[in-house]
Design a binder for this molecule. Structure first.
Ligand SMILES: [Zn+2]
Ligand SMILES: [Zn+2]
Length: 128
């Protein structure tokens, strides 16, 4: 059985025999603190609380994850959404993301009123 001790740095309990003297903190700390993980976690929590804007510690992994999740959102949610009780759909331009009403039956407007990008034929009209 190992004796647990409370870390004075992070307040968590760890097996006492794993405590080591940290040269910077000048005290015995748990393995998590000793490896610098506690510091890192605190830093991350701080950065999360601040976002946005993106902190300097913004790394590839985060950027990648955000990209994936935004791609997933795009797949889940189509470019348009029917406005109940009308022939219009709420359409979000694929180029500039400007959102406007699109008349499904008259196929108007033909282009995005903001950036003039052609509105692709919306095959998903079958859902209407
Ligand atoms: Zn600790
Ligand atoms: Zn546009």
């Amino acid at each position: 059985m190992s004796v647990k001790a409370k870390c004075r740095n992070c307040g968590k309990e760890s097996p006492a025999e794993q405590f080591k003297l940290h040269y910077k903190m000048r005290q015995m700390v748990c393995p998590t603190c000793f490896s610098g993980k506690t510091e890192k976690l605190q830093q991350e929590a701080k950065e999360k609380a601040q976002a946005p804007p993106k902190p300097a510690g913004w790394d590839m992994d985060d950027a990648y994850l955000e990209k994936v999740s935004s791609m997933r959102k795009k797949e889940e949610k189509d470019q348009f959404e029917r406005i109940p009780g009308t022939d219009y759909v709420k359409y979000s331009c694929i180029n500039c993301k400007y959102q406007f009403r699109y008349d499904v039956f008259r196929k108007k407007p033909r282009t995005c009123p903001y950036c003039n990008t052609d509105i692709p034929r919306l095959r998903t009209f079958s859902m209407l």
